[in-house]
Ligand binder design. Sequence first.
Ligand SMILES: [Zn+2]
Length: 429
Amino acid sequence: MDGNLIIKNASELVTCSGFAAKRGRAMSELGIIADGAVVIEQGQISRIGPTTEVMTELNASGKDLSPFETIDAFGKAVLPGFIDSHTHLVFGGYRAEEYAWRLKGDSYMDILHRGGGILSTVTATRRASREELTEAGLKRLASMLAFGVTTVEGKSGYGLDRETEIKQLEVMAELNRLHPMDVVPTFMGAHAVLPEYKGREEAYIDFMLKEVVPEVASRRLAEFCDVFCEQNVFSIAQSRRLLTRAAESGLKSKLHADEIVHLGGAELAAEIGAVSADHLLHASDGGLRAMAEAGVVATLLPVTAFSLREPYARGRFMIDAGGAVALATDFNPGSCFSESIPLVAALAALYMNLSSEEVVTALTLNAAAALGRAQAIGSLDPGKQGDVVILENPSYRFIPYHLGVSTVEKVIKRGTLAFDKCRQGERPC
Ligand SMILES: [Zn+2]
């Protein structure tokens, strides 16, 4: 029966146990149980432990085991489902042509003048119907699921008007209904400044606060408000005003911070108690320490730095400073057209100097914390949602080690098998 599952004999049950973000050294603690088992009842984890103990307890409990499916994970590592806590997954059109221009060395401004850049995605997203956006979204979710992602965050921000911003958020609600994966929506109307608002950014923020945020909040179309806090986009003061007003309407705060230059986005995130600040390539030492103290999750997006040939964010420094780091893909049609969790893991390990253990924490419990959901997902603890990945290898160490290749064999969402490589005809399992 759906939602009732026993996974046993796992070579490593990597629990990532915890109910809040792990900071600093604690990021290395994975809570591994050798020869482990996990029991999921009606979609929720009910027991974890060594297989012999769990099975003895289960048999002694007199529980009717007939509704349970059983998976033998002998020789395989079992982990919490991955959480991709920063994506822009609902958009119209693609920018493959622009990517080719970029490879030839054309500058961002050249591309913008030729109608490329974010504005081309805005035009395509405004034109796209709900059905087209939903259909494209479902395909993207299917690809993410195969990488082991069981919860994904998605942002609006390709409308920059009331109608399209709401349409993007409604599509995310529809995707959440149609697909087993959980989709966490973020309102990001302040993603870019349209030419008609250049120099009048305050007026644009006013428009968003008056015309869009109230509807988003009252219809519960988003859980978070995000802003592109960057030089020549939205200033620190503008970002502060938007996020604090949106928070009064119940939208929790996130920021795209210090990606291109050091503006003080990390400091602002600490000041307003944002749930996460993301990118952080040029964040200052002081800003990162302030974030660590304030408990703001630093969400790092190494594939974006890779794709743009930018320096990587200083993940090692952040963890050594006692911070909580999460990793995400930043999947979007422009700066990072990749939903590859294996690539995220490999780049974080090689270029941000994270250990394999820190990579796992950053993709599970800390990513859950970046979405305010560390109480519900991100670890294999009794009471949490039964979201699990089973690797084809015996250890979590294969995740960053198998470069750019997915090690995920099965994905379980709320106790039900949602993806199985063995059923794709790829290979015998
Ligand atoms: Zn982003």
